[in-house]
Design a protein around this ligand. Sequence first.
Ligand SMILES: *Cc1c(COP(=O)(O)O)cnc(C)c1O
Length: 345
Amino acid sequence: MIDLRSDTVTKPSQAMREAMAQAPVGDDVYGEDATINSLEERVANLFGKEAGLFTPSGSMANQLGIRLLVNPGEELLLEEDAHIVRAELGAGAAHGGITTRTWLAPRGALEAQTALAMARPNAGPYLVSTKAIAIENTHNFGGGTVQQISEIKRLYEGASESSIALHLDGARIWNAHIASGVALSEYGKCFETISVCLSKGLGAPVGSVLLSSGENIQKARVWRKRLGGGMRQVGILGAACHFALDNNILRISEDHKHAKTLATRINDVAPSVINPEHVQTNIIGLNLKELGMTSAELAVEAKKEGVFVSALGPHYARLVTHLDVTTPEINTAADVLCSILQVKK
Ligand SMILES: *Cc1c(COP(=O)(O)O)cnc(C)c1O
C-alpha cells in the first residue's frame, strides 16, 4: 500500500528505534528525564524561546498554548479551517471556556488585515474581548499553504498595538521553514506561544512541544498534569524526537518535490482538480467538484489499486507526501490517480 492519507502514518525506522532503546530516562513528572529535558531545551533554542514542554499530541500543545493566552469567556480568533477549531473537537471551549470567531481565507493564506479588523480588544462589560489570534503554518486544510513572513510580521505589529497575543500552530512549521528559507527563530519572535509536532513530517512516532516564556511553560506544566498528560520515562519517545531533529529536517524538501510531481501529473489529466502552483509543501488538496466525483469515490477507487487518500470533504480529497513514500511509489501513485481521474473527465 502507498499511504498518502497523512504524514502521521510514518513508522519509526530501525535507526530511530535503536536510538529509542538507548535513551537515558527518568521520571519526567519529577523533572528527571534527561532526554526530555534536553529535547525541550533544544526545541526552545531552535525558536529562540525560553522554555519548552513535551506533550503527547499537537492538540494538547495547542490547547495548553491557547489557554495561557485566553481566559474563560474571552475570545480567540482563527481562520475558519484551522486545526484548532475543526479538528480538536471543541477542546478550547470544553476545557478552557474559550470562545472563538473565525475568518475565511482562500487556501488558509494569512492576510493580517483581515484578522486585525475582526479583533475587539478590551470590549468592556457588554461585548466579548479578543485576547489572542492563532495562525497555522503550514495550513493543513488549506493545502499545505506557507504563511508569508511579511504578513506574520504585520499581524504581530498590529496585534501588539492592541495587546493581543499570537499563538502559532506549527505542527508543520518545519515544512514552512524548508519551503520558505525563513529561520525558525524568525517565527519565534512573532509568537508568544508555539506548538510544533515531531510526529508529522519529521517522522517520530509520538511527540509535540509547546514553546513560550519560562513562566508560561511552568503554568502549562501544571495544566498538562491536570489534564492527565504527565508522563514518566517518556525519554523513550523523546529520543525518537531527537533522532528526527538530527536526521529528518532537511530531507523534507524531497517530500515537497514529490508533492509537486503528483500535483503536476494530476493537473495534466484533470486541470480543474489541482493547480500545481498552489502546492507549496507536502500537502495536495484535490477539488473534485468539477469532475462530478466525490472524495469517497476517489478514495475507494484508489484503495483498490493500492493507494490510500483522505476524503476530508464531500468533494475535497487530500494527499500528503512523507518520508515513508519513495520516488518510485510517487510515480505509481500518480499513475493510479491519473487513470481514475482521466476516466472521470
Ligand atoms: C496534526 C496537527 C495538529 C496536532 O495533531 P495531533 O494529532 O493532536 O498531534 C495540530 N495542528 C495541525 C495543523 C495539524 O495538522
